[in-house]
Design a protein around this ligand. Structure first.
Ligand code: FES
Ligand SMILES: [Fe+2]
Length: 371
């Protein structure tokens, strides 16, 4: 097993019970050697959300993504099935697609090999003289996938345990929300110069409301009130109760009052990140690119029935403005963290009890890293 360059003392400090636990050491975020191992053991071996099924509603609709370095696409086939296919051509490895769109055939731009919506190779021009060339054996590789609550989850690990049973507690918690009925209304694109765990940690604690969001989130959702339930499954939930428990709430089908009122952040490790506010879901789709770089798409999602509301466009506009404003505050905080993590004297710090989700993530991460 490859040696991970984190000291046993630092690992032990992370492994302490929360009240005495320290953060991961800076090298866990900044060291390219850690990243190389993490990419295999954590990112390639886990389940990653690549799209919502509503993003590929019709035959031939596809959305490109990157799965732990593998260029992939989520495609709805002519048969109606949603598949995750590698975008790497089986001839000489050119990428056959990019972005999103709708195609009946994926024709490679290099030598025009053409694949159908299920990934089968249907045309390979001028290959007649190639001995034993078998068209049927050269389809786009299919990546293992699973649909959970409308999310197309995928993994490069053929032996990974199925996703749904690992998040049964998360599904129970959100049962009223009918997550499977949400649709993507708008997507916000960001690129950030931090390790992906900096974003995940920022996403999963409300302690920073008192400073980073002192004028925006803290007045409505006090840091001190936030709670994180125990679980032995690989996910975490951050419940941020509204400060005003008596404010009148709109009636939202299926949801109890507190579910309309309160903010809830959730993560299925390592990268399915959801922020719920009643009938609004912000899905943070994170694509780690290197130790110090990630792409982020924030998908603003609403229950499908809301699309018929007269003021739907205004609701989506409002969600975008609020999401961008909060994220701008988080970007500022994460930039500061990243500068500090890269400083020569940077050392692990103590976690607040309010940062239980970070502690939960760290235990999982250390185990996946073999530490
Ligand atoms: S690389 Fe795709 S057809 Fe040659
Ligand atoms: Fe934040």
């Amino acid at each position: 097993m490859t040696h991970v360059r984190l000291s046993p003392a630092d690992v032990a400090a992370c492994r302490n019970p929360l009240a005495g636990a320290l953060t991961l050491p800076p090298a866990a975020y900044t060291d390219p050697a850690v990243w190389e191992i993490e990419r295999k053991r954590v990112l390639a071996a886990s389940w990653t959300p690549l799209a919502r099924v509503d993003q590929v509603p019709g035959a031939g609709d596809y959305v490109s993504a990157d799965l732990a370095g593998e260029p992939v696409m989520v495609v709805r086939g002519e048969d109606g099935a949603v598949r995750v296919l590698s975008r790497v051509c089986r001839h000489r490895a050119a990428l056959v697609a990019d972005g999103a769109g709708c195609r009946r055939l994926f024709t490679c731009p290099y030598h025009a090999w053409s694949y159908d919506t299920a990934g089968a190779l249907v045309r390979a021009p001028l290959m007649e003289g190639a001995d034993g060339f078998d068209v049927a054996a050269h389809g786009l590789r299919e990546i293992r996938s699973e649909i959970w609550e409308g999310f197309v989850m995928a993994t490069l690990d053929a032996d990974a345990p199925a996703f749904a049973p690992q998040v049964s507690g998360l599904a129970d918690y959100f049962a009223n929300y009918n997550l499977g009925g949400f649709v993507v209304a708008r997507t916000l694109d960001y690129a950030h110069g931090w390790n992906w765990k900096v974003l995940a940690e920022n996403f999963m604690e409300a302690y920073h409301h008192i400073a980073a969001h002192s004028k925006t989130l803290e007045p409505g959702y006090h840091a001190r009130d936030s709670q994180v339930p125990d679980t032995d499954q690989p996910w975490s939930i951050l419940h941020m109760p509204a400060a005003d428990r008596d404010a009148p709430q709109p009636d939202v089908p299926g949801l109890e009052d507190w579910q309309v009122r309160d903010l809830i952040a959730a993560i299925a490790f390592p990268g399915l990140m959801l922020a719920m506010q009643g009938p609004f879901m912000a899905w943070y789709q994170m694509t780690p690119q290197a130790a110090d770089r990630l792409d982020l798409k924030i998908h603003l999602c609403f229950p499908d029935w809301m699309q018929d509301l007269d003021d739907y466009a205004a609701i989506v506009d409002g969600a975008e403005a609020a999401t961008r404003a909060i994220h701008a505050e988080d970007i500022a905080a994460n930039d500061l963290v990243w500068a500090g993590l890269n400083a020569p004297l940077s050392r692990p710090g103590p976690l607040s009890p309010l940062e239980k989700s970070i502690w939960q993530m760290n235990q999982w991460w250390l185990s996946r890293m073999g530490l």
